[in-house]
Design a protein around this ligand. Sequence first.
Ligand code: UD1
Length: 422
Amino acid sequence: MDDMLKIVGGRPLSGEIKAQGSKNAALPVMAASLLLKDAELELDNVPDLKDISTMADLLSVLGAEVRINNHKISIKVGRDMSSETPAALVQKMRASSLVLGPLLARQGRAVMPLPGGCSIGSRPIDLHLKGLVKMGANIDLLHGAVHATTKGLKGCRIYLDFPSVGATENLLMAAVLAKGDTVLENAAREPEIVNLVDCLRSMGADIEGEGTGVLRIKGKSDLTDASVRIIPDRIAACTYLLAGVITDGHVTIKDVIPQHFDSLLAKLEEASVDVESREGTVTVFPSRKKLKAISMKTLPYPGFPTDVQPQLMSVLCLGQGASVIKESIFESRFLHASELKKMGADIELQGNTAIINGVPKLNCADVVATDLRAGAALVLAGLATEGETIIHSMGHVDRGYECMESALSSLGANVQRLGRRA
Ligand code: UD1
């Protein structure tokens, strides 16, 4: 049976919830464990999510000993590991490609089928591969898999044509074990990269420049036991904050780093939403009735995150006037728009631009979560809609939100899971 969520919406949410640990920070940190030999990496504040168990399975298949217990993960890595990642796991999740850099750096060889993940554009990994080749890897694409070999990676200067998050993470990890110095220019500046650098430094790596566009890495031959705390999930925090906004509610998110989503807070202020941010806490107050139209464009950090674009679109559907959203990171990230239209939203798509004409209310409907954040956007729309909204394919949403229905119920939402959790 399809995995569905039934929402009886139209009531304001109220209360406070704690942010979960960041999925997108935990995944590369887990992959970094592959740089170790006869050593252990301990992670704290890891969210309990499908993507995390997929990465744990991948590391186990490669030969690591992974133990997960109550948001803590320990990963023990011995001397001998496999260099071949199985297609079944890699195709479940694009972030599996993050094992390529560390695996190649430690083993001199890595075989990885091309990754899967959310259906939001073609999402190539050419920048990852180009950087590895510059460091001295030979790469062949055979039968849909990357075959990478090297006699030893060498530090060098790499300029990324685009500040790709995954390419920055992969090349950073590879550079940590490369011979000599690497300079990574036009690197991604996301908080998740800073968390990865914290982890690598705790292992003994020598890195400078995290949070800026230039990373300088001095290669090491050996790393040691390490531990790291995963940062709060800024995307999940933004989603629950927007659930407060769209329901005209009063919602507080605790244990967050508000600076990590300043771009959303700025846009909410511009839209006349009453929002207050203090050390570690952000609150939205009932203000949807005066929600103004805004224009915004998704950009690499510290710009507005593409992963919050669908959820903000749902909110703007109920604003006053015409809002404009320009998606500049992914080429087909408006799949939620056609589902929102089924609920009565007035959205016009022109290439990578969406024009959203605010409507007074949305209508309940059966809609489909086409990917993780599109699903989150539909949940928000359902929460604001009187009557019964059914969201199909909730499995996508489970990849990124730890027990979303419990979090929403604790804020007073009427949500019920129908069907089996995938
Ligand atoms: C990460 C996040 C994802 C987020 C995205 C952008 C994780 C696990 N996932 O994904 O949630 O939406 O950052 O903030 O952290 N590109 C290329 N060639 C490459 C690499 C990327 O053309 O080699 C393009 C992609 O197709 C995309 C854009 O660059 O259009 C951004 O991709 P990237 O920053 O690499 O995103 P991910 O690391 O995949």
